[in-house]
Design a protein around this ligand. Structure first.
Ligand code: AHM
Ligand code: MG
Length: 342
């Protein structure tokens, strides 16, 4: 056994230690957030294990079929939703849950209620499961005003009111990226310990990037500012090099790369889908929160993304997020277009 290596491991910063440290800066806190987060972390570990086994689905039975025990196999996204709903309810710290998988919000029964509302996409990018591409869980957390009388309005709030946001990426490693409103930190699951370890402290997105990320198959229906922007990425007129295109089609993976390497991720509205595809509460807001906390920007084509006030829980919005300077350019193009039509 390598005792020297083990000795190094005693000062590992696990996610629980990290959040406890953060909480100790707020003497009034009662440890509720740490408990809530530990339940989210448990959900992520569970889904990570299930995703890793997905490639063996042929051996253990495909979704919709029955397995050897005669139980019906659940699709991974359905399973992930159940995992998170159960983990969040049993934390005793939540009152309202909004999941991409559930049409209606879940109101937690009175005996298990707590101070938080969690909005989440349990398994985003699930169309990528069968080919083993990275997928992820996205979440945002709001604090309730009144635990005795939770109302849907508590989650129909602008993203800037979120207390915390994060995602977990199930890729070549399992990475959890979290912000509690004072910077962004990344943790990687150490499978031998079963713990998320701080591997990416205080993530800052480069001020300008060399990558743009968008589904160009929709270009035919784009509006003028988006078309002009992408044209500029490919044929810059200021003597700079063209940007590279990277598009995985899995928001967590595309945003994770953007956060670490810089650049811009776009899911614009278009003639067919004026509000784009991505959902405000559990896709656009958490990712915009993280981007801003890392020094980047997030814009809807009209306003700062985190200022948007949603009126429906599954509402969609166009989104442009990433490096500060890159988002500044697309903002300028939308401002110019708005001026022309004014
Ligand atoms: P989903 O919530 O149904 O999985 O869809 C969301 C995903 C995102 O992960 C990704 O950014 C986007 O859809 C890709 O969409 P498209 O295939 O239209 O490019
Ligand atoms: Mg999704």
């Amino acid at each position: 056994m390598d005792h020297a290596a083990d000795a190094h491991r005693t000062d590992l910063m696990t996610i629980t230690r990290f959040v406890l440290n953060e909480q100790s800066k707020h003497p009034e806190s009662r440890g509720d957030f740490t408990i809530l987060l530990s339940h989210i972390v448990l959900g992520c570990k569970f889904v990570c294990t299930a995703v890793n086994k997905a490639g063996l689905a042929k051996l253990i039975g495909l979704a919709g079929e029955t397995n050897v025990q005669g139980e019906e196999q659940k699709k991974l996204d359905v399973l992930s939703n159940e995992v998170f709903v159960k983990a969040l309810v049993s934390s005793g710290r939540t009152s309202i849950l909004v999941s991409e998988e559930d049409e209606e919000a879940t109101f937690v029964e009175a005996s298990k209620r707590g101070r938080y509302c969690v909005v989440f996409d349990p398994l985003d990018g699930s169309s990528n499961i069968d080919c083993g591409v990275s997928i992820g869980t996205i979440f945002g957390i709001y604090m309730l005003k009144d635990t005795n009388d939770p109302k849907l309005e508590e989650v129909l709030q602008p993203g800037k009111n979120m207390l915390a946001a994060g995602y977990c990426m199930y890729g070549s490693s399992c990475t959890l990226v979290l912000s509690t409103g004072s910077g962004v930190n990344g943790f990687t699951l150490d499978p031998s310990l079963g713990e998320f370890i701080l591997t990416h402290p205080d993530i800052k997105i480069p001020k300008k990037g060399k990558i743009y990320s968008v589904n160009e198959g929709n270009a035919k229906n784009w509006d003028e500012p988006t078309s002009k922007y992408v044209e500029k990425c490919k044929f810059p007129k200021d003597g700079s090099s063209p940007k590279s295109l990277r598009y995985i089609g899995s928001m967590v993976a595309d945003v994770h790369r953007t956060l670490l390497y810089g650049g811009i991720f776009l899911y614009p509205g278009d003639k067919k889908s004026p509000n784009g595809k991505l959902r405000v509460l559990y896709e656009v807001f958490p990712m915009s929160f993280l981007m801003e906390q890392a020094g980047g920007q997030a814009f809807t084509g009209k306003e700062r993304a985190l200022d948007l006030i949603p009126t429906k829980i599954h509402q969609r919005s166009p989104i442009f997020l990433g490096s500060y300077d890159d988002v500044e350019e697309i903002k300028a193009l939308y401002a110019a277009a708005a001026e022309k039509t004014a």
